[in-house]
Ligand binder design. Structure first.
Ligand code: CA
Length: 224
C-alpha cells in the first residue's frame, strides 16, 4: 500500500515516515500544502495522512480541492490537542478519521489499516481466500493455519491483491501502490515476486489474466 504523508514539522515527519515505512507502507512525503495538493492530485495513494496546519496552503483547503477533483482516497487528519474546530472543519472537508497530537504511532497505524480495509470493502482485519488468511494487523500469512514466511515486498504485494480480491489488478497498478516515488520501478520484478509468492503459498489463488494483470480467486476445489 502506498501513502502520502503531509507534515511540515521535520521531527514529527521523520518519526512518522520511519514508522509508516516500518509498518510496510511505501510513503511519499510533502512538507507543505502546495506539494501535497500536487502529489495527491497526480499520484495513486491508498490513504493520506494529512496535518492540517501547513505552510503555503492549509490542510483543509488541500483536502477540499482533492475532494472537488474527485480524489476519493481515505484521509486521516492530524489535529492539535485542543483543535476541535479544526477537527470539525477537516471532517466536513472530507476527512475519514482523525488523530489528535500528541499521538502514539500505533494508533496512526491501526486507524490507517482500518481506513484502507474499509475503503476496499473489508470490515475485518483478517482477509481470507480459500485456505489463505492474511492478517493485516500482524502482517502475517497463513495457509490452512500454518504460517508462511513472506518477505516485506512479497507481503505488500499479496496484501494489495487480497484487498482487491476478485478484481483484475494490473502490473502498473501494483508497481504504483507497492513502491514509493523514488523507487526504481521495474514491472518485471512484480512477476518475480508473484512467482515466489505462488511457490510459498502452494495454493493457486493468484491467477494471471493474460495481457491485463493478476486476480485473486478462491481455488476451484474450495469454492463450492
Ligand atoms: Ca503543522
Amino acid at each position: 500500500m502506498r501513502l502520502l504523508l503531509v507534515e511540515d514539522e521535520p521531527q514529527l515527519a521523520g518519526q512518522l515516515l520511519g514508522g509508516l515505512k516500518d509498518g510496510g507502507y511505501a510513503v511519499d512525503h510533502a512538507d507543505n500544502g502546495e506539494d501535497a495538493l500536487h502529489l495527491g492530485s497526480t499520484e495513486s495513494y491508498d490513504a493520506v495522512v494529512l496535518d492540517l496546519g501547513l505552510p503555503v496552503i492549509d490542510g483543509v483547503t488541500v483536502l477540499e480541492k482533492w475532494r472537488d477533483e474527485g480524489r476519493d482516497f481515505p484521509v486521516l487528519i492530524l489535529t492539535a490537542r485542543d483543535g476541535w474546530s479544526e477537527k470539525v472543519a477537516g471532517l466536513d472537508a472530507g476527512a475519514d478519521d482523525y488523530v489528535t497530537k500528541p499521538f502514539k504511532l500505533e494508533e496512526v497505524l491501526a486507524r490507517l489499516r482500518a481506513l484502507i480495509r474499509r475503503s476496499k470493502g473489508h470490515s475485518q482485519s483478517e482477509l481470507h481466500c480459500g485456505p489463505v488468511m492474511l492478517d493485516t494487523k500482524t502482517s502475517r500469512v497463513f495457509v490452512d493455519g500454518a504460517q508462511v514466511r513472506l518477505t516485506a515486498q512479497e507481503f505488500k504485494l499479496l496484501s494489495y491483491l487480497m484487498h482487491h480480491a476478485e478484481e483484475v489488478v494490473s502490473r502498473t497498478e501494483l508497481t504504483e501502490h507497492i513502491y514509493d516515488q523514488d523507487f526504481d520501478r521495474d514491472s518485471n520484478t512484480i512477476e518475480v515476486f508473484v512467482n515466489r509468492i505462488r511457490k510459498k503459498l502452494n495454493v493457486p489463488i493468484i491467477q494471471t489474466v493474460r495481457g491485463l494483470g493478476y486476480r485473486i480467486e478462491e481455488p476451484a476445489e474450495t469454492a463450492g
